[in-house]
Design a protein around this ligand. Structure first.
Ligand code: HAM
Length: 426
């Protein structure tokens, strides 16, 4: 019988992977809270109709969908934005505007698995609903940048490419292309970098050319226009060096209406780590016109972010420091002779109740092997319990120092060692 493996594009999280995922979650939450965002969650399965209304053909072709026993067409969520528009429209009066909401959870897209792309991945979504101004646009762009700064990335590593779909209306007017074809034009433009030949052919059918598009992209933004105002806001926050105007960014999703942006690695070796923009008409669309709610948001994915951290020394140092602080054992209780195990169990229980991360050998283990076990779990302190109990020998395993303690003074002795600089800080 063939061995059963994970499906293509799906991923097991072994403890070493899950630790990193939890780190991403923790940083995302921390920075979102600092910016005044509150957390929400939506179902992982939605009516397929929700995505048909406005996500766009690319996402629809990637939808995992199925029928339930009642004949309802359902889909695993490929993104959060339509669910958020539905939720906010349904209970709009219950919340003060603007809503600043964030979410962290899995999404599913039936894409061809490749570097940076999986079929199940995690997104951090942040959105502001009920504020149509460029201040909200800048607040979100700033949140995307501050999140990446918190991970340890500088201007040498990441860049936010800022654009605005509305600016292209001027181009359509100049080229005599009907506004009815704006959606079609932007979908073509979204592929400019990935498929230049295909784009050239499609632009020709609209009566324009790649040269005309490139000439338009090269123009400077109007400082009084929405793009200029978002840039000025980001400059006041000291973030201008993280931002570049790039009109070629128009985004693949069909619901975007104004400001759009994507965040990339500077070397441009990876896919976008985050992307988003304004979607002022989506709430009206999912509520059949009952609600008019301007909105803007972005999502950041775990897969590209993980690859980025791997490439950046500072980001790796921060990740390791976090893992060390939270997940490595602090204390390993060593049992010098099995007759002392009951004392060791009592000591380990006390230390755990005092809030320390404590490990110990669960079955008889040679004394020298216990030092290896302590190292393997990352313990800083070894507490040796033997026939001299309540006298206890306490070892600083990083500085190979030994201190005498008793059952009464143990907690303080351990705390003193843990408070002293360890190898990561030294
Ligand atoms: P998106 O550009 O489709 O936007 O996805 C945002 C991010 O999710 C991408 O930049 C990427 O990091 C990650 N991502 C997308 N697809 C995959 C995949 N197959 N594998 C791994 N990572 C992936 C949206 O989803 C919009 N709903 C964002 C938004 C929020 N707009 C407004 N609010």
């Amino acid at each position: 019988m063939a061995k059963i493996q994970t499906l293509p594009g799906f991923h097991d999280f072994y403890p070493e992977d899950l630790k990193i995922r939890n780190y991403l979650f923790e940083v995302w939450r921390r920075v979102a809270h600092r910016h005044g965002f509150v957390e929400y969650e939506a179902p992982t399965v939605e009516s397929a109709e929700l995505y048909r209304r406005k996500s766009g053909d690319e996402i629809l072709s990637q939808l995992f969908h199925f029928e339930d026993k009642g004949g309802r067409e359902m889909a695993l969520r490929p993104e959060l934005t339509p669910s958020l528009a539905r939720m906010a429209s349904a209970r709009l009066r219950d919340y003060r505007k603007p809503l600043k909401w964030f979410q962290i959870g899995p999404c599913f897209r039936a894409e061809r698995p490749q570097k940076g792309r999986r079929r199940e991945f995690i997104q951090f979504n942040a959105d502001i609903l009920g504020d149509a101004g460029t201040g909200a646009d800048a607040e979100l762009a700033a949140l995307a940048i501050e999140t990446l700064r918190e991970f340890g990335f500088g201007t040498d590593e990441v860049v936010l490419r800022l654009s605005n779909r509305d600016v292209w209306n001027d181009f359509l007017a100049e080229q005599g292309i009907s506004f009815d074809r704006a959606g079609e034009f932007l979908t073509i433009l979204d592929k400019l970098e990935r498929d230049p030949e295909g784009v050239a052919a499609k632009l020709a059918t609209l009566g324009t050319s790649t040269d005309a598009v490139r000439e338009f992209i090269a123009r400077d933004p109007d400082p009084e226009g929405p793009l200029g105002r978002v840039l000025a806001d980001l400059e006041a926050r000291g973030l201008a060096t993280y931002v570049e105007t790039d009109l070629s960014i128009v985004r693949g999703l069909a619901y975007y209406t104004g400001t759009v942006f994507e965040v990339f690695d500077r070397a441009r070796a990876l896919r976008a780590v985050a992307g988003g923009g304004r979607y002022n008409d989506l709430a009206a669309l999912v509520s059949d016109g009952a609600v008019d709610l301007p909105a803007i948001g972005f999502a950041m994915g775990n897969v590209v972010l993980g690859d980025l951290i791997d490439q950046c020394a500072e980001a790796k140092v921060r990740l390791l420091a976090w893992l060390d602080e939270r997940t490595a054992a602090q204390v390993y209780v060593m049992i010098a002779d099995e007759a002392s195990r009951p004392h060791a169990l009592a000591v380990a229980t006390d230390l755990r109740r005092a809030g320390l991360r404590v490990d110990l050998p669960l079955s008889p283990l040679k004394f020298n092997k216990q030092f290896q076990a302590a190292e393997a779990v990352g313990a800083r302190v070894g507490v040796i319990i033997g026939s001299e109990f309540p006298a206890i020998s306490v070892k600083d395993l990083h500085h190979r120092r030994e201190v005498a303690a008793t059952a009464d003074t143990l907690a303080q002795t351990v705390a003193d060692i843990l408070a002293a600089p360890g190898p990561l800080i030294a």
